[in-house]
Design a protein around this ligand. Structure first.
Ligand code: SF4
Length: 325
């Protein structure tokens, strides 16, 4: 089995609701720079802002729109209309805008998206903000993002260091896994070796079941099982973890790190130690850095990013190498 740590040097492309990247494109000509909370880390990614309502030609400023009688997925089946505040139908325009944005993202090879919660266009899981009901989730573009199986990150979570850390590590794992060829038993085993600890943290019963299935595989693996494996892991990686599970994993893997490397990392605390989520996120980043420097796999965050110019070799794309714990 290929027991190697995974380091990505690709700049991953992420689509984003343009108003969340500071563009003043909302109906009231406002926007927020939600990426500023990422600091320099925002340069680790290639951002692709799109605004479905602007692409619909609705203009800025404009009357706010709402879904009349159902969610955005029903707009695509013709069961629901989109109307503006004056009651005018803008359904066709909004569909055009959503399709244009999707085409842009696909042309750019993008499969992750930071969305604006609460929007009848970009919203995905929740469409009420500040007690103002705005139809049902998802929005019109949100429905398209779900249908195309995007990795979906709510913009509000960028403000929390721990939530962002959780989204980022799962995104890196998702990206790596999505581009990985799975043809035979050896491919499945080596991918599982990298991702199993994270899968266990996200859904232990599912991961145990998958572990058992993998252990009983014949040398010939059916395509249907490979599909189940890929789909199951990608679905799992899209779902957030919890603070309790993350701190538990941090300690478990740190204990393993100390055993393997025989050294400690200053600043990492046990799960019982009371600290805020910002401190926990810092500890996780410390262990990620140690995993890169010491060339080991940190199972909680199994796929790591390092800029190409900082890699020891100049190889292209995803780097795999070195020792694994
Ligand atoms: S359509 Fe999307 S990107 Fe445009 S203003 Fe609304 S939430 Fe923002």
């Amino acid at each position: 089995m290929d027991k190697k740590a995974v380091i990505i040097s690709d700049k991953i492309g992420i689509g984003i609701s343009a108003c969340c990247m500071g563009s003043p494109v909302r109906y009231n000509a406002k926007g927020w720079d939600t990426l500023s909370s990422l600091g320099r880390e925002k340069n680790d990614f290639k951002w692709c802002p799109v605004c479905p309502e602007c692409m619909a030609g609705l203009g800025v400023p404009r009357d706010p729109i709402h879904l009349s009688g159902g969610d955005g997925s029903k707009v695509w089946t013709g069961e629901v209309e989109v109307k503006n505040r004056k009651g005018h139908k803008v359904t066709e325009d909004v569909i055009f805008g959503a399709e244009s944005c999707m085409e842009t993202l696909k042309r750019a090879g993008i499969t992750a998206f930071v969305y604006m919660d609460g929007s009848p266009s970009c919203g995905v899981y929740r469409t009420s903000m500040k007690d103002q009901k705005r139809g049902n989730p998802p929005g019109v573009f949100g429905a398209l993002l779900l249908e195309n199986e995007f990795f979906l990150i709510p913009a509000a979570d960028l403000q929390s260091p721990l939530k962002w850390w959780d989204w980022r590590r799962r995104l890196l794992a998702f990206y790596w896994f999505k581009h990985r060829s799975l043809e035979n038993k050896a491919d499945l085993y080596s991918a599982w070796y990298v991702l199993k600890f994270l899968c266990q943290e996200l859904n232990d019963p599912w991961a145990r079941d998958m572990g058992r299935k993998l252990a009983s595989l014949d040398s010939h693996v059916e395509k249907v099982f490979i599909e189940e494996f890929r789909k199951g892991i990608m679905e799992l990686l899209r779902k957030p973890s919890t603070t309790r599970r993350i701190t538990g994993s941090l300690w478990k893997h740190y204990s393993h790190y100390r055993k393997i490397k025989g050294k400690t990392v200053d600043g990492i605390n046990s799960p019982e130690f009371k600290r805020n989520i910002t401190s926990i996120a810092k500890e996780l980043v410390l262990l990620e850095r140690s995993a890169i420097d010491d060339e080991i796999l940190f199972g909680t965050s199994p796929v790591l990013y390092r800029e190409r110019h900082r890699l020891p070799s100049e190889k292209e794309g995803m780097e795999e190498g070195h020792e694994t714990v």
